[in-house]
Design a binder for this molecule. Structure first.
Ligand code: PLP
Length: 368
């Protein structure tokens, strides 16, 4: 059916919608892999896991599919308890949502009234300004430094009486570096104790930097810290939509209150539990993605590229005005990548063949 067929005949609507919607960019999903002449296309634009589900996870999903006529467990008890065991935290401290993007929206809704401020680095995760504005709050964006790292001193300077939440993304999407424990501690010492600091660890399983923040360790010491994790990246469940926060019990309860009722569906709940049960097997895959990342970064350095460090499952090419040309060169070779305007291009570490092809494109393009 064409779009024309579903549009109503009436003229433009007179209903009132919130003004903020007009100011917000649409969330841009990664493009699907497009076929280039004669080569296998690869989608390296959404930081997904290249591996399909483990057999044990698939079995759990298939069995759960038999009872989709029933609502899921609204309180997500089984998954929260299993997570509690895996992380050595009480299940009272865990709040789930339909992806950690949704959990983040729940946090902002729980903390912010209209006009309150949410501070985060920029560039960082594209969802941050969207969830902030949708909650009626005001985004305060603090530019990254020239190594594409958070400027935590400037973020602390940006705190006002209206600040309710600060988002710290480590490793930072889309640029790759981690935040280090020492700098985070110095920052947290400057943050008022009634301001929530979210440590977004979507890529924590890929981190090998010994100085990097370990969110749970910080959370244990600071009641205003919330750790955000997802099953979408290392666990390979992006299509099922499940993420969670670890927070002190009152904060976790507030985050659960702002969730969509029955949001985390029954297949997602059992798949997440089965994935935690299969952690060792999944971790082998994570190790191989990390090995591929190291191979790609070393080869790019050998080609002469100057790139920021990456502890995630992607690399960032800070190409400025050359970003469009580079992303077009990748697409012509069958690689879908994510371009961020005139800032740069993010490329996910994917299948070995895809990564090797990226290295060929990068070499031909010429190191910057
Ligand atoms: C991918 C990602 C998330 C999580 O996404 P969900 O699929 O909604 O769990 C959260 N934060 C960052 C920085 C990400 O890159």
């Amino acid at each position: 059916m064409s779009d024309d067929a579903v549009l109503p005949a009436a003229a433009s609507p007179t209903v009132r919608l919130r003004q903020v919607l007009g100011q917000m960019p649409d969330y841009k999903p990664g493009k699907p892999a497009a076929a280039a002449a004669g080569v296998t296309p690869y989608k390296l634009s959404s930081n997904e896991n290249p591996y399909g589900p483990l057999p044990s996870v698939l079995t759990a999903i298939t069995e759960a599919a038999m009872s989709v006529n029933r609502y899921p467990d609204m309180a997500v008890v089984g998954l929260r308890e299993r997570l509690g065991r895996a992380l050595s935290v009480s299940s009272d401290c865990i709040a789930t949502g339909t992806g950690s993007v949704a959990v983040l929206a729940q946090i902002v809704q729980a903390a912010c009234d209209a006009g309150d401020e949410v501070i985060f680095a920029w560039r960082s995760f594209e969802a941050y300004p969207i969830v902030t504005q949708l909650a009626g709050a005001t985004p305060v964006m603090v530019p990254l430094d020239d190594q594409a790292r958070h400027r935590l001193d400037a973020m602390a300077d940006a705190i006002t009486e209206r600040t309710r939440v600060v988002l710290v993304c480590t490793p930072n999407n889309p640029t790759g570096p981690t935040v280090h424990r020492a700098e985070l501690d110095a920052f947290l010492d400057r943050v008022p104790s009634d301001v929530i600091v979210v440590i977004d660890e979507a890529y924590v399983e890929f981190v090998r930097d010994p100085e990097a923040v370990r969110g749970l360790e910080v959370w244990r010491e600071r009641p205003n810290v919330v750790v955000l994790r997802t099953f979408s990246k290392a666990y390979g469940l992006a299509g099922l939509r499940v993420g969670f926060a670890v927070a002190h019990p009152e904060v976790a309860a507030a985050i659960r209150k702002t969730a969509t009722p029955f949001g985390v569906n029954s297949l997602a709940q059992v798949a997440a539990v089965a994935s935690l049960d299969a952690f060792d097997e999944l971790n082998e895959r994570v190790e191989s993605i990390v090995a591929e990342r190291e191979r790609v970064i070393r080869a790019l350095q050998d080609q002469g590229w100057k790139l920021p460090e990456s502890d995630a499952n992607f690399v960032w090419f800070p190409l400025g005005a050359d970003s469009t040309a580079f992303s077009e060169a990748c697409e012509a070779a069958g690689l879908m990548v994510r371009q961020y305007g005139d800032d740069g291009v993010r490329v996910t570490i994917g299948e070995a063949e895809a990564n090797t092809r990226l290295l060929e494109v990068a070499e031909q393009f010429g190191a910057r």
